[in-house]
Design a binder for this molecule. Structure first.
Ligand code: NAD
Length: 502
């Protein structure tokens, strides 16, 4: 029965290509029905993509940066023109509401826009007369074949964090999207060809561990960008580094929002609603934990959230009236629901139970309503682990320092925020908290495309953050040239002391 499903293949050397003897079903999470099959690349298929990327590299490396940047400008226009089509693909495979798919597309487009400034970003550094008649400059050369491995939760945006800047810097690229929602990244790669990207500069291989392991071990691949869960990020980092590659691996998260007693509680509650339940909580910058300073603050936040949750509409992402769609797969639904069961068993107070939500006409969909816990404690598994679903837990502490100690002791350090009217408290928090991205009255402090994105602690393995200025450094290697042209006929004797400017 499933053999009649449309098949999603790969894009290799500018051609849609089959490859690999295995495949996986791609489900519509709003119905629970398998609607497509995605081919899972084997080693040979990935090696074909690497060979194409390597063949395309010399000409692309020597293409003037302005011409490379123009492809990005053209791609931006095409992405805007194809926005509805791309967002429909995301919502059909991921489940998020269309407005949210539009949001991620827009963030992706902003990364393409930033990559179109590559001529400015690649200018390098120049120093004249470092010694008499001697000049020195640093230039940023591409690495060669680079690769990216991306998660299911931002199937459009996260690939656009990576490959546009990599290719704008003169590299060629192999993208391995999530096998759970692979269509939109492949469609964007087709649009890139239409925008003028030469065949082989960007290749897309769909697949799973076999494809990833081939990329990790092949010596022709010089650098790997990864975004996904922490255990896989750590595996990618250690394996890629062991094979001599440059690796940046962004991992999971468990972000805390601190609410101070002086905060504007109504505003904080609205902000927390979107941050906790937007995209069904399937965001690495989502807020699954509120740390309320003082019982009165906690009581007010819980009461406000209860009122707002009652107004939420859960349903298919294609229904513009819905706030929250389904979870991505049945397996993920079971996992998240299991965490809610566990939270109850661990003794947290389940204030709002979304486990029995029903969506008329969508009995097979993976819908879970918003869940709200109060009295979450640090020892609980549901506190420590990333749930990645519509589950918000409230914790109660007595001081800001107690809240900060809790955050700093946590394994993850991706994002955090503080709600307050007190500038001194906000400044102390932003200065000292051990987290990579921090908001003040901003629940999702996701950096814009011209800053870089990355967490601390076990939310990131590697030195450089994703996209923005760090991406230019990640996808290039510095070469420093020191040059002297002696005047004709001038001969100097040998110098045995170390050259310096003394
Ligand atoms: P995942 O780690 O399961 O998968 C990510 C990628 O790794 C996919 O392409 C997948 O095919 C591949 N993969 C999975 N298992 C593998 C294995 N054993 N060996 C090699 N490759 C493997 O993550 P996911 O479930 O797709 O995405 C959700 C996770 O991503 C969450 O933990 C979330 O916090 C994280 N995330 C982090 C960021 C960030 O910037 N820090 C952004 C988005 C998502």
């Amino acid at each position: 029965m499933t053999s009649t499903l449309p098949t999603i293949g790969h894009l290799i050397g500018g051609q849609l290509a089959p490859g690999g003897s295995r495949s996986a079903e791609v489900f519509n999470p709003a119905t629970g029905l398998a609607e497509k099959r995605v081919l899972l690349a084997n080693q040979l298929t990935v090696e074909a993509a690497i060979a194409n990327a390597q063949a395309a590299y010399p000409a692309w490396r020597n293409t003037p940066p302005l011409k490379r940047a123009r492809v990005m400008s053209q791609l931006k226009i095409l992405l805007e023109q194809h926005a509805d089509e791309l967002c429909a693909l995301v919502t059909a495979e991921h489940g998020k509401v269309l407005a949210d798919s539009m949001g991620e597309l827009q963030r992706g487009i902003e990364n393409v826009e930033y990559a179109s400034y590559a001529t400015e970003l690649l200018k390098g550094e120049h120093s004249k007369n470092i010694a008499p008649g001697m000049d020195s400059w640093s230039e940023f050369q591409p690495l060669g074949v680079t690769a990216g491995i991306t998660p299911f939760n931002f199937p459009l945006m996260v690939p656009l964090w990576m490959w546009p800047m990599a290719v704008a810097c003169g590299n060629t690229f192999i993208l391995k999207p999530s096998e759970r929602d692979p269509s939109s990244a492949l469609r964007v790669a087709e649009l890139a060809l239409q925008a003028g990207l030469p065949p082989g500069v960007l290749n897309v291989v769909n697949g799973d561990k076999e494809a990833v392991d081939t990329l990790l071990c092949d010596p022709r691949v010089k650098a790997i960008s990864f975004v996904g869960s922490t255990p896989i990020a750590e595996y990618i980092y250690t394996t890629g580094c062991a094979h001599g590659k440059r690796v940046q691996a962004l991992g999971g998260a468990k972000n805390h929002a601190v609410v101070m007693p002086d905060a504007d509680i109504a505003n904080a509650v609205s902000a927390l609603m979107g941050a906790a339940y937007g995209s069904c909580g399937e965001r690495c910058m989502a807020i699954p934990l509120v740390v309320a300073v003082g019982d009165a603050t906690a009581d007010a936040v819980v009461a406000g959230l209860k009122v707002e949750i009652a107004k939420m509409k859960v349903g298919p992402g294609t229904d513009a009236a819905c706030d929250m769609g389904p979870l991505v797969t049945k397996a993920h639904f079971d996992k998240v629901k299991g965490y809610v069961d566990q939270g109850v068993a661990e003794g947290a107070t389940l204030v709002v139970d979304g486990r029995n939500v029903t969506v008329p006409g969508h009995a097979g969909g993976y819908f879970l309503g918003a869940c709200l816990f109060d009295h979450v404690k640090p020892g609980m598994v549901t506190y420590r682990e990333e749930i990645f679903g519509p589950v918000l837990g409230v914790m109660r502490v007595n001081t800001l320092q107690e809240a900060m100690d809790l955050i700093d002791a946590h394994e993850y350090g991706n994002g955090t925020c503080i709600f307050t009217r007190d500038g001194e408290a906000a400044r102390y928090f932003t200065d000292n908290i051990q987290v990579g991205m921090v908001g003040v009255n901003v629940p999702l402090p996701v950096p814009v495309a011209y800053h870089s994105f990355g967490g601390w602690k076990r939310s990131l393995f590697g030195d450089l953050h994703g996209y923005g200025p760090d991406a230019v450094r990640f996808y290039t290697k510095r070469k420093t040239i020191t040059q002297r042209w002696p005047s004709a006929g001038v001969r100097e004797g040998a110098v045995f002391s170390f050259p310096s400017s003394k």
